[in-house]
Design a binder for this molecule. Sequence first.
Ligand code: NAD
Length: 294
Amino acid sequence: MKQVVVMTGAGGGLGSTFAKEFAKKGKQVAVLDFNLEAAEKTVEEIRKAGGTAIAVKCNVTDKASLEKARETVRKELGKCNVLINCAGIQDPLAKTTKEAYCKDDEKETVVAKPKDGTKEAYDEILAKDRTLFNIDAERLLKVMNVNWLGTVMTCQVFAVDMVGTEGNSIINITSMAAYDALTMVPAYASSKAAVDMFTRWLSNYLSNEYGKVRVNAVAPGYFLTPLNHDMYVNSDGTYTQRYYNVIHRTPMGRLGDTKELVGALLFFAEPEMSGYITGQVIAVDGGFLSCPGI
Ligand SMILES: NC(=O)c1ccc[n+]([C@@H]2O[C@H](COP(=O)([O-])OP(=O)(O)OC[C@H]3O[C@@H](n4cnc5c(N)ncnc54)[C@H](O)[C@@H]3O)[C@@H](O)[C@H]2O)c1
């Protein structure tokens, strides 16, 4: 029987590649995304290539939306066998503008928060310095909510259809930021460290003789997508200093190609290949985590 694979964030840079590659392997893919247009584009490409996929609008921070998505998946494809939690965000306003404390940073205590919902107000704040002292708590929480709580809630909802059947598995997407305290992204790094811990916690909880669901994670290194483009590419198309810092610490000397993540995902998804593996993370990073860069 063809596996039913549910992927969140599957209209995005990484997720759309995962969905297309899984469909090529004969999986039935439910492409879940907050951005329905992006999800539909992925599905259109899959169908053109002869694969099976459906697009489902879904917000991973809203349980009712997730439950509605599960109903659609059940009706159109059947119960979920593999869940890949790929929805995630970076929020420019949840990042600091400096890598480390500068003298008198603490004197700027006005919270870096847009006055209203307009683009002008947003851009005005974006152009200002954000430090530990004035970063907006709501923006930090938003990143935690999508990246961590969104992963937890998606598992809550889809594991209902997965428990008790041999061969099912959950795959979370973490990051290099789960291991290394990457500068400027305090909320993102904390959220991914939380996803890493939740992966192990959930494997303890779900992988027993009753649950039977394996839970693992893939930690991507650096792949250019809409999520991180502004951190690595300047507006004039040249690379940023941060890009060169990453490359310097990557023994393979280049960014990854999104297709290079698919093997690790398929490995965890296939019980024939990884049936006795749970609670593990595979880093797909060109060697970044093994290299101190000096
Ligand atoms: N690109 C990289 O180098 C990299 C590295 C490490 C980890 N990651 C992780 O991989 C995952 C995918 O990242 P990406 O680079 O493809 O980013 P992306 O921005 O291209 O795609 C993310 C997708 O998630 C969707 N999304 C956002 N909030 C959502 C919500 N509340 N509900 C449902 N969908 C939502 C977006 O609409 C988007 O399609 C993220 O978890 C990210 O943290 C990416």
